[in-house]
Design a protein around this ligand. Structure first.
Ligand code: 5RP
Length: 234
């Protein structure tokens, strides 16, 4: 298969996963909106339903998703104490059969984890390339306070994670920044055999604001493969 037809198949799968996720949405819900291209397709579909009369409110996991939600007419809520989400729909970079995830490929892992944790139900939307037998081939993202970077890199290397500071794809020669102004470090573990232990070790490094392992958070996933949308449940 050529690269362009494989990208087009992947886009079709993303679209199918995003539209299938609309089945979880009910009138009156408060929603968390994920980040990345699959979540963006969901936001666009949701906007169409809102314009057709669906009443929902939402908070987004990134500035890009917030801008898109505003553009398509979704009413937005600011973070506040006591705010909970009935449902958050988000993408993933990798997911396994237990619905353990790697997230943060788009750099939004901190806000994504905040909303996932404040949600009664986290639904993942993914194309088939994201489903893996074991996590770790996709480099695990960390959000890191700039001052702490050298020591975080040392600590990640000691854990066997081959850290790479993420470059800004839009601005040549500059480093990528999260919406919070922090740096992003991609850790190449290749295979993660003990995700719970690794998450604990990474989270305890001073200067690591968040790490991209999402464990025990997702309740279900829509994984699209070809023309079929499979629902995986935790
Ligand atoms: C952003 C994320 C995204 O959900 C993840 O990168 C998947 O993106 P896409 O749907 O574009 O493949 O975690 O931080």
């Amino acid at each position: 298969m050529s690269a362009s037809s494989s990208a087009s198949l992947q886009n079709q799968e993303k679209h199918l996963a995003a539209t299938t996720a609309l089945r979880w949405v009910r009138d009156g819900m408060t929603l968390g909106l994920g980040s990345g291209s699959t979540a963006a397709l969901f936001i666009r579909e949701l906007g169409e339903r809102v314009r057709a009369g669906l009443r929902i409110q939402a908070t987004a996991t990134s500035q890009a998703s917030e801008d898109l939600a505003r553009e398509v007419g979704i009413p937005l809520l600011e973070p506040r104490r006591g705010l909970r989400f009935d449902l958050t729909v988000d993408g993933a970079d990798e997911l396994d059969a237990q619905l353990c995830l790697i997230k943060g490929g788009g750099g939004a892992l901190l806000r994504e984890k905040v909303l996932a944790t404040a949600s009664d139900y986290l639904l993942i939307v993914a194309d088939s390339s994201k489903a893996v037998a074991q996590l770790g081939h996709f480099p695990l993202p960390l959000e890191v306070v700039p001052f702490a970077l050298p020591w975080v890199l040392d600590a990640v290397a000691a854990l066997g994670g081959a850290p790479v500071v993420r470059a800004d794809k839009q601005k040549a020669g500059e480093l990528a920044k999260s919406d919070q102004g922090n740096l992003l470090v991609d850790c190449h573990f290749e295979v993660i055999t003990t995700p719970v232990e690794l998450a604990r070790q990474l989270q305890s490094i001073p200067g690591v604001v968040e790490q991209g392992l999402f464990l025990g958070l997702a309740r279900a996933a829509v994984v699209a493969q070809g023309g079929q949308a499979w629902v995986w449940r935790a």
